[in-house]
Ligand binder design. Structure first.
Ligand code: ADP
Ligand code: MG
Length: 652
């Protein structure tokens, strides 16, 4: 009946090449063989679970995978009580390349060519093939770990492999045996020599792979790579020893939400690596419809250490039907990179390379769905538990704001959760809708001030005129702010406008204190002469000198020219060498300030040097208030000293 039994058979050509590669590979991450064999064992259990639906006679004992170490024999065995294989199935499935991942691997390694690719070529001899394979080895070494290379990875660690199997519901057992050098054989076994049901894969470890006889090593690999399998895994450390359970076979995300406690979630979150705080937000959902996948995502309770990693890579675990494909899949847009998550897809192909999966349109759709849902949950949180959202924004707002810039189509959604420090709410937590609700009469824009730190921003002289009118100003201290605010059209129909850019159009907004409406100013002619002198003295350092609406307490401030870029944005671009030269600022002075009044009186004084010193100091002071440095530190010091000497002499 079974022609497969009793003969020595050759592997299909592809398999022979693959085995040659495996055996000669010096790839360091050989650990993956265990992942592959355990995944096959779990698959076999899943298959039986499914077949038993139609044939209850097959109903199995609780599924279990047992890893057994036999130090004396130098073997590592992986046994499951799954579907098992008949003799034909052993020949078919272990004699050909079943796994698409293996096929992809071979193609990438250059040892598998489609016949159509080189139609004229004469058939190669086996020796030629192997020679070329050897040269491909070097390339393949890097590749092995990236693929689900399936059953044959056993030959990376084993001199020969025995597979003893008994198909569920059948009273025969067979053993498949190969040394991985091109042939395999299949022999019958008595039922007592085989598992009661399922498959035992026995690896006769090569001398270089004896360290896989160490229980601690096996345990670590299992936890790292296979803890999410849906079948429990036990380890028997020595012949006759009691097996010890390593994993309980339940993937947390597959359980109904109602049965999962906050502690379960937190424990799982910790197992995702590197974080030991409590998650600030846990989102667990199952998407159904065009694609089916389950997501378990956590927003950390604190900033992870690598939040500002220049690679800005979000890391998530990608499972396909509970088999871990990769633990650093790009499952999130970068502006959500702080979210830790597991995605388990029912539709992605199992056993294809990570790169191929990453490029799959199916994964693209999942990514989009995941980002939508997390953003939606954050918005919900903003409604229901605003303090929690505030805490998340405090930690990750600086990253979320990158989304404002990188994904304009999500800007409106992000604006709903964005929180700001403002001139009237310096401690933060202010929303844009709250800002707009508090607009002053005749106020037409949302004003902002960019800078390096929120405290200094709050003290900025540019804000004085806005304060005097009760106009709120967003204080934007993060580098990314300069970018999104420049590209955002506005919010709720109100444009964003920098307070340091162009003429401040706030005169139409009434002052809070009406009495201060007409501070006494020097005569216009005197001021005009002063501005002309200042322009002459400062020369190339400024584009213009003019009176300001923005100031009430300070003598002067610097602003960008009317159509010039924001000064902070410009400075950042210049720092990154993306801009040749920065444009010249406008020096705005406060005509009602006592210093400016005195200067008007000094314009025609005989001591020209003193007037010039004061004019330069006014400019340097304005630069200092911006967080910049004086134009020349030594000249600044010399001027300040001369003025101080005079002042002290006058006080004597
Ligand atoms: P893949 O798992 O991608 O199909 P593998 O090379 O890992 O590729 O395995 C090849 C085939 O061998 C599997 O598809 C399965 O049919 C069979 N197989 C491997 N291990 C087992 C097992 N423990 N029980 C039953 N069948 C198995
Ligand atoms: Mg497999």
């Amino acid at each position: 009946m079974v022609q497969a039994v009793g003969e020595v058979q050759a592997f299909r050509a592809d398999v022979a090449k693959l085995l040659h590669l495996m055996v000669h590979s010096v790839y360091s991450d050989r650990d993956i063989f265990l992942r592959e064999l355990l995944s096959n064992a779990a698959d076999a259990c899943e298959k039986l679970r499914y077949e038993a639906l139609a044939d209850p006679g097959l109903a199995a004992a609780p599924f279990l995978i047992t890893i057994a170490i036999d130090k004396e024999a130098g073997t590592l065995a992986i046994e499951d009580n799954g579907i098992g294989m008949s003799a034909d199935e052993l020949a078919d499935q272990l004699g050909t390349i079943a796994s698409s991942g293996t096929r992809a691997f071979l193609e990438r390694a250059g040892v598998l060519r489609t016949p159509a690719a080189e139609p004229d070529e004469a058939p190669e001899s086996e020796a030629d093939t192997l020679e070329r394979d050897a040269s491909a080895d070097a390339r393949s070494l890097d590749l092995v770990g990236q693929f689900g290379i399936g059953f044959y990875s056993a030959f990376m660690v084993a001199d020969h492999v025995d597979v003893v199997s008994r198909r569920a519901g059948v009273t025969e057992a067979f053993a498949w045996r190969s040394d991985g050098k091109g042939t395999f054989s299949i022999e019958p076994r008595t039922l007592s020599e085989a598992p009661a049901q399922g498959t035992r894969v026995v690896l006769h470890l090569s001398s270089a792979a004896k360290d896989y006889l160490e229980a601690t090593r096996i345990e670590r690999i299992v936890r790292e790579h296979s803890s999410a399998l849906t079948v429990p895994i036990e380890l028997r450390e020595a012949v006759g020893a009691e097996p010890r359970r390593l994993t309980d076979g339940s993937a947390l995300w597959t359980k109904p939400k109602a049965t999962i406690s906050a502690e379960d979630y937190a424990e799982f979150y910790h197992s995702l690596g590197g974080v030991f705080d409590e998650p600030a937000l846990t989102v667990h959902w199952r998407a159904e419809g065009r694609q089916e996948y389950t997501v378990l995502a956590f927003v950390p309770g604190s900033r992870p250490f690598d939040l500002f990693d220049p690679a800005r890579q979000g890391r998530g675990k990608l499972y396909v039907r509970k088999v871990l494909i990769t633990d650093d899949a790009e499952l999130l847009p970068r502006w959500l990179r702080f979210v830790r998550l597991v995605v388990d897809s029912a539709d992605l192909p199992l056993n294809v390379s990570r790169e191929m999966i990453q490029e799959s349109p199916l994964l693209g759709a999942i990514k989009k769905g995941v980002a939508n849902r997390i953003l939606q949950e954050l918005r919900k949180l903003a409604e229901t538990e605003p303090e929690k959202l505030d805490a998340i924004w405090n930690n990750f707002g600086v990253v979320l704001k990158e989304g404002l810039y990188e994904e304009p189509e999500r800007r409106d959604a992000l604006f709903e959760i964005a929180r700001f420090s403002t001139s009237t709410h310096p401690d933060g937590g202010r929303t844009l809708s709250a800002y707009v609700a508090g607009l002053k009469t005749n106020q037409t824009a949302i004003y902002y001030l960019l800078g390096e730190d929120a405290k200094r921003l709050a003290a900025s002289p540019q804000l004085e005129g806005f304060r005097a009118r009760g106009i709120e100003v967003l204080l934007l201290p993060d580098p990314v702010d300069a970018f999104w605010v420049a590209s955002a059209v506005g919010f709720d129909g109100k444009p964003f406008k920098s307070v340091t850019q162009g003429a401040a159009d706030i005169k139409a907004v009434p002052l809070l204190d009406e009495k201060a409406e007409t501070p006494s100013e020097p005569p216009a002619a005197g001021l005009a002469t002063l501005y002309a002198l200042m322009k002459q003295v400062l020369g190339e350092a400024v584009a213009d000198v003019r009176a300001s609406d923005r100031l009430s307490e300070s003598p002067a401030c610097l602003v960008a020219a009317d159509h010039g870029p924001d000064r902070r944005l410009e400075r950042m671009l210049a720092e990154h060498g993306r801009l040749g030269a920065t444009s010249k600022p406008v020096l705005e002075v406060n005509p009602a300030h006592p210093l400016i009044k005195s200067l008007v009186g000094m314009v025609s004084a005989p001591d020209k040097r003193k007037v010039e010193d004061v004019i330069w100091l006014v400019l340097d002071e304005a630069r200092l208030m911006e967080g910049d440095t004086p134009t020349s530190a030594s000249e600044f010091a010399a001027r300040l000293t001369r003025i101080l000497v005079d002042a002290c002499a006058a006080a004597e």
